[in-house]
Write a protein that binds this ligand. Structure first.
Ligand code: TRP
Length: 457
């Protein structure tokens, strides 16, 4: 087996791993994407399917991914390679590591653009320019931003620099430090916002929208969206959790920490959804307006509420923090790979990764204004052009396939003994349950949802 600890360093405690992993999972996925896709897919039934996907697919895969990382102790590509070698399996498994790095680069590129929107809105909230904004006003402010490539490029650049700065400082001084400061603040702000939405918003209607299931609204495409989002929100399927696992000291329980991180992510997503829809419904605004939901719809509501400017600022600050800690994790698989492969220092590797994602991000920026087109996927018309293509390619295709590879590898390719060893040698009832799920339930669920989405079953 490879070295006992990774050359990049390791987490200084169990709590630091939990904070860093939570920083990775809690992101724009929870606060921006989950509410808008829930809105687009009609609420209730979609949420239920999504929760099932988290429990039966997402969280079990998270455990498997962290496990492969800790056993390999290297960047995802090399961890795949060495753990496959240990299992006597083909080195082709490392292709999953490559696909994951590609997905990471693509996600990071558009993630940084959206994070740029949140920075822009933070400034607007602080300056009070969104107070008492009308529906037309809010929509024209949003459109003006999205259709202005220069402004988007400036924010995209600022966010990428913030991210690369942290990553270049290393595991302890960069990744841990950011998580230690930003995560407690983030959770505190979320609680404050939920309390505010509870008092000032229409909580009952938000609750009904999210939890009253109407299965007639559930299309095959919504199934795939729910599955894809379970991967996206848990940051699994592309190696980010694998590299965080590579920095996990021996003796810390992968099962307990993964379940904790998965639950935290779920709770944050649900709370954010409840808070956002409470505010939106209190002003009779639409839930299904797509990616503009928190940028276009929410400011109208905040603009009319007591203390709206303060709480609006808090909300966008929360988004910036969440996006920042996730972007850091998106960069790490590539940076660790570059350092191992080329022997270059971390700062240089971080800068090169940043430049690559930054360049690709320009494609998203341009597609928002000049190359907008419509296309259909699984019978659903998409309106946002290239941005949707990148999102579907990663969330709905590469992440689920990467997750499938992880489940099959941990369930069928690695020896049971090696897997048990990473469970601290304890093959109790919890282990047996997980092992059954990862071998049978998870792969079948992923394959079925896929076949259903492309119309085969
Ligand atoms: N989980 C992140 C979010 O919810 C997005 C994400 C997907 C991610 N894959 C990742 C973050 C890998 C870090 C690493 O916003």
């Amino acid at each position: 087996m490879s070295q006992r600890i990774s050359i990049h360093g390791q987490w200084s405690s169990r709590l630091m791993f939990i904070l860093a992993a939570s920083g990775s999972v809690v992101g724009l996925g929870n606060l921006w994407k989950f509410p808008y896709i829930t809105g687009e897919n009609g609420g209730g039934a979609f949420v239920l399917v999504y929760l099932l996907c988290l429990a039966l697919v997402g969280i079990p895969i998270m455990m498997a991914e962290v496990l492969i990382g800790r056993r390999g102790r290297q960047s995802p590509v090399f961890s795949w390679q060495s753990v496959a070698a240990e299992a006597g399996a083909s080195s082709a498994w490392k292709l999953a590591g490559w696909a994951g790095m590609l997905a990471g680069l693509i996600i990071l590129s558009y993630y940084s653009v959206i994070a740029g929107w949140t920075l822009a809105y933070l400034v607007r909230m602080v300056s009070g320019s969104l107070m008492l904004v009308t529906a037309e006003g809010a929509s024209s402010i949003f459109t003006q931003l999205v259709l202005d490539p220069e402004r988007l490029l400036a924010w995209h650049t600022i966010f990428m620099v913030m991210t690369i700065k942290v990553v270049s400082r290393g595991v302890t001084k960069g990744l841990e430090q950011a998580a230690r400061i930003l995560m407690p603040l983030l959770l505190f702000m979320l609680v404050v916002l939920v309390a505010y939405a509870w008092r000032q918003g229409d909580f009952a209607q938000a609750y009904a929208f999210m939890f009253n299931s109407d299965f007639s609204k559930l299309t095959p495409n919504a199934l795939l969206t729910a599955l894809g989002h379970a991967f996206f929100t848990l940051s699994v399927g592309m190696g980010a959790m694998m590299v965080y696992g590579a920095y996990l000291p021996k003796g810390i329980s992968i099962a307990k920490t993964s379940i904790l991180v998965g639950l935290l992510d779920t709770v944050v997503g649900l709370l954010a959804g409840l808070a956002i829809f409470s505010v939106v419904f209190a002003h009779d605004l639409p839930a299904g307006d797509g990616p503009g939901l928190i940028f276009q719809t929410l400011p109208i509501a905040f603009g009319q509420m007591p203390g709206g400017s303060f709480f609006g600022t808090l909300f966008f600050l929360l988004l910036v923090f969440a996006a920042w800690t996730s972007a850091i994790a998106l960069v790490e698989p590539m940076v660790s790979w570059w350092v191992e492969k080329r022997g270059i220092d971390r700062i240089r590797a971080a800068i090169w990764t940043g430049i690559s994602a930054w360049l690709l991000g320009i494609v998203t920026i341009l597609s928002l204004s000049s190359w907008s087109f419509s296309f259909s996927f699984g019978g659903v018309l998409k309106r946002h052009g290239l941005f949707d293509v990148l999102d579907i390619l990663t969330s709905s295709i590469i992440l689920p396939l990467g997750g499938l590879a992880i489940a099959l590898f941990a369930g069928w390719v690695m020896s049971r003994d090696a897997v048990v060893e990473e469970f601290e040698g304890r093959a109790g009832i919890g282990f047996k349950l997980w092992y059954f799920v990862i071998r049978f339930i998870t792969p079948v669920a992923v394959v079925l949802v896929f076949l259903r989405a492309i119309g085969v079953v």
